[in-house]
Write a protein that binds this ligand. Structure first.
Ligand code: PRX
Length: 693
């Protein structure tokens, strides 16, 4: 293995994909293989998991019983009788027969020992506003009171869905845990998504209650958020889902900061209604392990977002195990994950994982560079954060805006995480040397909304770090890379393929909410050879990412192989972008492709053609396209470029060749275009793209 550490591999990406596709994986940068770096002795000495025997315990012969080790980290009302029920593949059921409550596990059970310890520390974006410390006792009180309100005022019960459209405020984890207490299935929509996008998700989940907030701070501005609720309710109604109550938290209780008026009989200020519930206690319901805990929407290859449904028992066990062993969280730690709770990272590794382990979880409202590039490090210093978790896009931004800032602050991180997109070795090294001060271990965790928790990563005290590589499969996760025909791509072959997981694991989503067929087709059909088989070995999970395995067993993730663009670590479907463009009257055709971006990793570029007879200004249509995308999806989807082209390059059967459209701005080889119906248009597009810079 030693020889391999410094060896440069000839990383040739050999993913076959259909001619019209333009995937991130095809524009992947092929970094050279980096040398290993060891974790510090100091880190190893205190780590939760420094016993190499763990690999033995979780090897395939011990599957699935090995996962008892994670489930035993929880408190069960009733112990399970079957660790993994495979009767209805691929709808795996974990810990069946068991009963538990997620809210109890994250709050009540810690009271005896930790009631006065900080559970959450909320850091408002305005620096002059004080931090809000919520102890486990205070969290217990708030969760109970809001739970009582949901039960008696909103009349919600076990199995009902509730949608949250909340930014990074402590009311969000309170709302999640209050719902979990009663088995109400929560669906949090990222606060930066538009009202329209929220309305689509309300309708899909069938929620009749929306929880929102009047406003929040971002980049120094107080954003009016309640206005989105009005749009969301209207959109959901048009899609056939009435919302009868909108519950509104206030950023400054008692003071309303939104321009939107409160609709009588529909909209209620929570700080007023909750007065009737102060001091109320709600018994946490013992719920079946396989009952759903939440739905998290994510982009897929068709326009409609997919609701990834996660279970209580399997999900919570998996986040407990990975938070303990990979994040190395101890109750004494101050843990700060800079993600947004509106994404799966925040659900698993700001709320459920850290709280189930009785840690102190820091939540920050705003952007890490507000008001200046030192903000993140001031927070770390002030709160004595020792575990730090963020995404490459933030690391790139922090490096760009203040490469030497971390040196000015005396914080000490023992552990750091990167997640959400491939990290360039160069960026990794800045993170390690400057942010981590050469002392913090780094874990590069690869996983997805669908997975509940990490799949590939190093175990920080046991494995060496390799910049740019996620690492091996975690305990109990057996990854494999297949080519398009189902042949195994061997480790060290220097070839890329489709990364799959051979086996089920407790954190895997249960289904796509309301669409089990799409669940099977998206994740399992590709490599399942026998639909009748009840053996899990016949059902590899297809992740949709291109990857390579080095001969040391470390995986390097290259990016999406499908029609999904991972922008700053967040997934957007190209179809979602394209359908938004097509709502602009003047647009005839639209194609969205990923382009490389210095800060965000990838960004969308949009090509449009205009309807015949168009006589207006192209610039105006371009602006319309941008604002429509922002309105339909959110600012996060704002395209980096909008190119107005005379025609799209097409196959003879009329398919738009996105591969060509992606190659041009990424300055890649456009490949063979002789089979196109209109090859001459490619030159014109090239010139146009060059002009736009
Ligand atoms: O392409 C992979 C990329 O992010 C996708 C999943 O996005 P999402 O469901 O939003 O979840 C993000 C956070 C878990 C994956 O299909 N991705 C995630 N982590 C990594 C990554 N790419 C490279 N390295 C990672 N560590």
């Amino acid at each position: 293995m030693d020889d391999m550490r410094n060896k440069n591999e000839n990383n040739k990406n050999t993913i076959n994909s259909d001619d019209t596709a333009a995937s991130e994986s095809q524009i992947a940068v092929h970094w050279k293989e980096e040398a290993f770096i060891s974790p510090s002795v100091k880190f190893i000495a205190q780590a939760n998991m420094a016993d190499p025997n763990i690999r033995e315990r979780f090897k395939v012969e011990n599957f699935p019983e090995c996962f008892r080790e994670y489930a035993d980290m929880l408190t069960w009302d009733k112990y399970w009788h079957t660790t993994l029920d495979t009767n209805n593949p691929p709808f795996w059921r974990w810990f069946t027969g068991g009963k538990l409550n997620a809210s109890y596990n994250c709050v009540d059970r810690h009271l005896a020992k930790y009631k006065n310890k900080a559970a959450l520390i909320f850091v408002p974006e305005p620096e002059e506003e004080s931090h809000i410390v919520i102890t486990y006792q205070e969290l217990y009180a708030r969760v109970n009171e809001f739970s009582a309100l949901l039960q008696d005022f909103a009349e919600l019960k076990t199995g009902d869905r509730i949608t949250f459209h909340l930014p990074m405020v402590p009311e969000l984890p309170v709302s999640m845990l209050a719902s979990a207490r009663l088995g109400i299935i929560h669906s949090e929509v990222y606060g930066g998504f538009s009202g329209q996008a929220c309305g689509d998700r309300i309708a899909d989940s069938g929620s009749r209650v929306l929880v929102t907030i009047d406003g929040y701070y971002r980049s120094g501005n107080l954003i009016d958020h309640k206005v989105n609720a009005d749009i969301a309710v209207e959109r959901a109604k048009n899609l056939g889902q009435p919302v009868d109550k909108v519950l509104v938290w206030r950023r400054h209780p008692g003071k309303y900061v939104s321009k939107s008026s409160m609709v009588k009989g529909r909209d209620f200020f929570i700080d007023e209604v909750i007065k009737d519930f102060l001091g109320k206690r709600i018994e946490p319901l013992p719920l079946p392990a396989e009952a759903p805990l939440f739905i998290m929407y994510t982009s897929g290859t068709t326009g409609k977002p997919k609701g990834a449904q996660h279970s209580i028992g399997g999900y919570l066990s998996y986040v407990a195990g990975t938070s303990k062993y990979v994040q190395d969280i101890h109750p004494e730690d101050v843990y700060w994950c800079m993600a947004d709770i509106g994404w799966i990272t925040g659900h698993s590794y700001i709320v459920y994982g850290p709280l189930v382990l009785a840690a102190t979880s820091v939540m920050y409202e705003g952007i890490p560079t507000y008001p200046d590039a030192g903000r993140a490090w001031r927070i770390a210093e002030r709160l004595n954060v020792n575990i730090f978790h963020t995404a490459p896009t933030s690391i790139r931004m922090l490096r760009k805006t203040g490469p030497d800032e971390p040196k000015k602050y005396s914080y000490y991180f023992k552990h750091m995480t990167t997640v959400g997109e491939p990290i360039e070795p160069d960026v990794w090294k800045w993170y390690y040397e400057i942010v981590g001060k050469k002392e913090a271990v780094i874990v590069d965790t690869w996983w997805q909304t669908e997975n509940g928790g990490f799949l590939c990563s190093t175990i920080p005290a046991l494995d060496l770090m390799k910049p740019g590589s996620a690492g091996p499969g975690l305990p109990g996760i057996y990854p494999v890379i297949y080519d398009e025909n189902g042949g195994e791509v061997k480790a060290g072959s220097g070839k890329a393929g489709n990364i799959c997981i051979r086996n089920p694991w407790p954190g895997i989503m249960q289904t796509i909410w309301g669409d089990p067929e799409r669940f099977v087709n998206t994740y399992y059909s590709k490599y399942n050879k026998n639909k009748a088989s009840k053996d899990w070995r016949d059902w590899p999970y297809f992740a949709g990412d291109g990857a390579m395995e080095a001969s040391d067993g470390y995986y390097r993730i290259l990016g999406r192989i499908d029609d999904v663009i991972n922008v700053a670590g967040h997934r957007l479907g190209t179809k979602e972008l394209e359908s938004a463009c097509l709502t602009v009257l003047e647009v005839a055709e639209a194609a969205a492709v990923p382009v490389m971006d210095e800060t965000k990793g990838r960004a969308p570029a949009v090509y449009i053609t205009l309807k015949p007879g168009f006589e207006g200004k192209e610039q105006e249509v371009t602006q319309k396209v941008i604002s429509t995308i922002e309105k339909e999806i959110g600012k996060i989807a704002r395209p980096k470029y909008v190119y107005v082209v005379p025609d799209m390059p097409k196959t003879r059967s009329g398919k738009i060749m996105r591969r060509v459209l992606s190659a041009i701005p990424n300055k890649l080889d456009i490949g063979d275009i002789t089979t196109l119906a209109n090859p001459e248009v490619v030159e014109k597009i090239k010139l146009l793209v060059q002009e736009e810079g």
